[in-house]
Structure formats: structure tokens, C-alpha cells
Design a protein around this ligand. Structure first.
Ligand code: LMR
Length: 388
């Protein structure tokens, strides 16, 4: 059987991790995979995560299964964090292996229930299309961002969504758009909400960077307004970045609607889909998140550390944009974008020159992870981009 298979290419973004590691140059710069880094280039474990792990180690007395939908305590606290304390909607959550697991579960549900079509922005996180196609969804696209001018294409997006059929799903990023970092303002969210409501579309909102963009509440403000205004939505939450739990694969999918009956039906379908896929989610990461969200002193410390990461990203952005000067006509936009990513107007050949000649690593799309810069190194790295 294996002989009938053909060899698959490595995922280009994940392959970069190994290629970067193998480069012996000491002044190399990793602007590749979306992992937060500090000024020393290290991806730290949050202080609150370490403290929560100690508490869990001391108190956990069993590794028996939790429940098909995961830990309800974790799900309740996580939905309060994302949906808000006063959320006017009902939400049924299912714990998933990371945010990607949540997206795949959402895709399977859409396939089972809906038109089997999802609208993706151009560009979007490359794995979005892969996940939805693997679940058998047809992919339609809407314009989102113009790379040379570094501008949002909101009118084009809304025009495209006017052509969507009732019941079609639409993928939106809650904040810190991956790969462009282009923020949506409240007025933009209101216009998107209008089209979704009038066309009868079902948004699938990917929330993976809460706390890294406009602020902890600001990063979910658009999401909250949207789900309160429409009958049904799906919200995929990743804890990888906001809690630094990348390898623990911690996330959840929430089915949101105006009635408990609707969300309970969605929950039963999600649990049934998960059962035939991975059966039950991993627990360690969710136990950490539950402990942090449910313990005031850990919560406060986690929020403070997350805020310091957000501030670091914002100041790196400002310095990098200034140091680039007029390299691109809209270089300064990079300073106003949010989260870890910006998408630079570089050709694949220019990306390879930066990699091979200067040890600056990023995917061939030209996406950079701003967190991979060091304040002390911004001028030198910007100089390399200017010379290309
Ligand atoms: C990224 O976009 O770099 C991260 O979300 C990691 C991944 O899995 O692609």
C-alpha cells in the first residue's frame, strides 16, 4: 500500500524551524514560525503557567478520562474570557487539540450541516485552506489585504461576501490577522456584521492571539459584537499564544446561538465528530488554563506578563517601521499593524537572498514574525531589508 503513495512535501513553515536550527551563523534571525520570543530570542514559559503546573502536580490524583467534550470548568472560563462576562448569547464548547483542532472540528460540522462552502480572505493563514479542503469543504475567497500598499481591502471583501449563499461559512480572524497584522476597526466589524446578517452567513471566527493586538478586551470586541448580532456562529479559540502553551495543544470550539436548544444540538454533533477523530482532547494544557483563569493571583500575573509581551511587540513594530524608512512606500503601516505578523512586499527570490546571504529567515510569502526581532538588532536587520 505504501508504494502507491507519493511522497508529500514538508510543510514549508514548519520545515523552517529545522532549517533555522541547522544554520550555524550566530547572528541569524528567526522571523519564521509564529511563536512569541523575548529580547534574548527565547520563547518563555509564563510565570503563571509554571505556578499552575506546580499546583496541578500537587493536587491531581488521577489521569482517568475527563469527558468527551473536555473539562467543562475550562470551557466555561475560556468562554467568559473570549465571549465576555455579559455575553448575551448561548455557547456550547468542546475542548480541542489546539486551535487547529477546533478549526478542523468546525470544518467537519459545516460539512455535515451546511452548504459545504467556506469563504477565506486573501491572504489567510496557509493552513486554513488545507484544513478546510481536507474536511471536504469547497473554498471561495474574498479580497482582504493589498501587500504593496499595505492596505485593507474592506470594500472588495464586502462586495465578494454579497455573492455568498445563505448558510455559507465565512472565516474571520478575531484580531492580529495572520499573515498581515492588518487590524479591523469597530466600524469595519459593523459593516462585516451587516453583510453576514443580511446574507444569512455563518461566521467561523479564529481567535488565536487575544492580548497581543489592541489589548485583551479590544482583541475580542469585534467578535463579541458580531456574535451578539447574528443567529449562529462558530468561534475557534487557541491557547497556544495567549498562554504560551504551543506544544500542549490547548484550544476549544464554541457553537454560539440565541437558544440553548440550538447550541446543545451543535454540541452533540461536535462531540460525535470528535469521537471518531481523536476521541477525547488532551488535558494538561486545559488544566493549566483553568487554574490560571480561576485563581486571581495567577490571573493577574498572567495578564501582566501578556501585556508586557504586547507592549514589546508594539515597540518592535514602531522601531522596525521607522528604521525601514522609505524602503517600501507604506513601510510605516507595519508600525500600526498588530500582533506577531506583517506581510512584506518581497519576492520569493528576495526572501531566499535574505536567508542565504544574511541568515534572516521567513517563509517565501514574505511574512515576518515581528517577535523574532530584537530591539538591539532592529537597525541592523532593517538595513538588510533596505539593501535587498
Ligand atoms: C504560524 O502561523 O506561524 C503559527 O500559527 C504556527 C503554525 O502552525 O503555522
Amino acid at each position: 500500500m505504501f508504494e502507491r503513495l507519493s511522497r508529500q512535501p514538508d510543510d514549508p513553515l514548519l520545515a523552517l524551524i529545522g532549517i533555522f536550527k541547522a544554520d550555524p551563523r550566530t547572528d541569524k534571525v528567526d522571523l519564521g514560525v509564529g511563536v512569541y520570543r523575548d529580547e534574548a530570542g527565547h520563547s518563555p514559559i509564563f510565570r503563571a503557567v509554571k505556578a499552575a503546573e506546580q499546583r496541578i502536580w500537587a493536587s491531581q490524583d488521577s489521569k482517568a478520562y475527563v469527558a468527551p467534550e473536555g473539562d467543562q470548568g475550562f470551557l466555561d472560563l475560556l468562554w467568559t474570557m473570549v465571549g465576555g462576562k455579559a455575553s448575551p448569547v448561548h455557547a456550547a464548547g468542546v475542548q480541542t487539540p489546539g486551535g487547529s483542532g477546533a478549526l478542523r472540528l468546525a470544518a467537519d460540522l459545516i460539512r455535515q450541516a451546511g452548504t459545504g462552502r467556506i469563504w477565506l480572505g486573501l491572504p489567510s493563514w496557509p493552513n486554513h485552506a488545507g484544513i478546510f479542503a481536507a474536511a471536504g469543504l469547497a473554498i471561495e475567497t474574498y479580497p482582504y489585504f493589498d501587500v504593496p500598499s499595505q492596505t485593507l481591502l474592506l470594500d472588495g471583501m464586502l462586495e465578494a461576501l454579497q455573492r455568498a449563499q445563505p448558510g455559507d461559512a465565512v472565516l474571520l480572524h478575531a484580531s492580529c490577522h495572520n499573515p498581515t497584522g492588518a487590524p479591523l476597526g469597530a466600524a469595519d466589524w459593523a459593516r462585516i456584521t451587516d453583510v453576514i446578517a443580511t446574507r444569512g452567513l455563518v461566521p467561523l471566527i479564529d481567535s488565536a492571539y487575544q492580548g497581543f493586538g489592541a489589548g485583551f478586551e479590544g482583541d475580542v470586541a469585534g467578535l463579541r459584537a458580531l456574535v451578539a448580532a447574528i443567529p449562529e456562529a462558530l468561534v475557534a479559540v487557541s491557547c497556544s499564544k495567549s498562554f504560551g502553551l504551543y506544544r500542549e495543544r490547548t484550544g476549544a470550539l464554541f457553537a454560539v446561538a440565541g437558544t440553548t436548544a440550538a447550541v446543545e444540538t451543535a454540541r452533540s454533533n461536535l462531540v460525535a465528530i470528535a469521537r471518531t477523530s481523536y476521541s477525547m482532547p488532551p488535558d494538561h494544557g486545559s488544566a493549566i488554563v483553568k487554574t490560571i483563569l480561576g485563581t486571581p493571583e495567577l490571573y493577574d500575573d498572567w495578564r501582566a506578563e501578556l501585556e508586557s509581551m504586547r507592549q514589546r511587540l508594539a515597540s518592535l513594530r514602531r522601531s522596525f517601521a521607522e528604521a525601514l524608512g522609505g524602503r517600501w512606500s507604506n513601510s510605516l503601516a507595519i508600525g500600526k499593524q498588530e500582533g506577531m505578523f506583517s506581510l512584506l512586499p518581497l519576492t520569493p527570490a528576495e526572501v531566499m537572498t535574505l536567508r542565504e546571504k544574511h541568515g534572516v529567515y521567513m517563509p517565501t510569502s514574505g511574512r515576518i514574525n515581528v517577535a523574532g526581532l530584537k530591539l538591539s538588532d532592529v537597525t541592523r536587520v532593517a538595513g538588510l531589508f533596505k539593501a535587498i
